[in-house]
Design a protein around this ligand. Sequence first.
Ligand code: CA
Ligand code: CA
Length: 206
Amino acid sequence: MIRIMAFGVVIGLMAGVARAGDTIPEPDAILHGQVCLTGGPAADTDDVSVIARTMVSGQMVDVGTYKMGDQPSASDCLGSADCYVLRMRVETVPQGADPSGSAVVLSPSTPATVELFVREGTAPEAPAGTILVDDRGMIRQRSLFGTAETSDINGDGQKNLEDHALLEQALGGPATPTTQPCDPKDINRDGYIDLKDFARLQDELS
Ligand SMILES: [Ca+2]
Ligand SMILES: [Ca+2]
């Protein structure tokens, strides 16, 4: 009897070793901020969703969705109740193992690229940029624009030297994170006001 039990323990340990090649769960990655629509940030009562997708085994898969108002307790980001909180499951996948297909896959040397989309009501999804998930337990703030990129910073319908002056004043260094939500000076919608935005505006003005 004791021999049979010992045999069972050995088999159990071997099964445990075999499982060591499987995916390893990591802390979720969290992205939060405001969703910028025409006319200003989306409110928590709006029919607006944020969707995150990433490439797993050659296919784009959903790794997180947040519908505005889903998590009202997480209401203090950017000093506003109208915040999205996108939680993405993360796994580390050892070499040779298959990812599960519904999580951001983290590898030691290559950050995972996550594509973001904003869906407003029944309108088609609007691309809202990309983020890199590059560390465990990542928490990052970023406004997402559900509207098309535009260099018309002051919203007067024209792209001209007035927009140029506004951007020039805001440039504080190589990469200044946007401090106010839905800042139209972040022309390429990447969360920073920097020389990339400046180059875009200059291209369009020249
Ligand atoms: Ca303008
Ligand atoms: Ca930018």
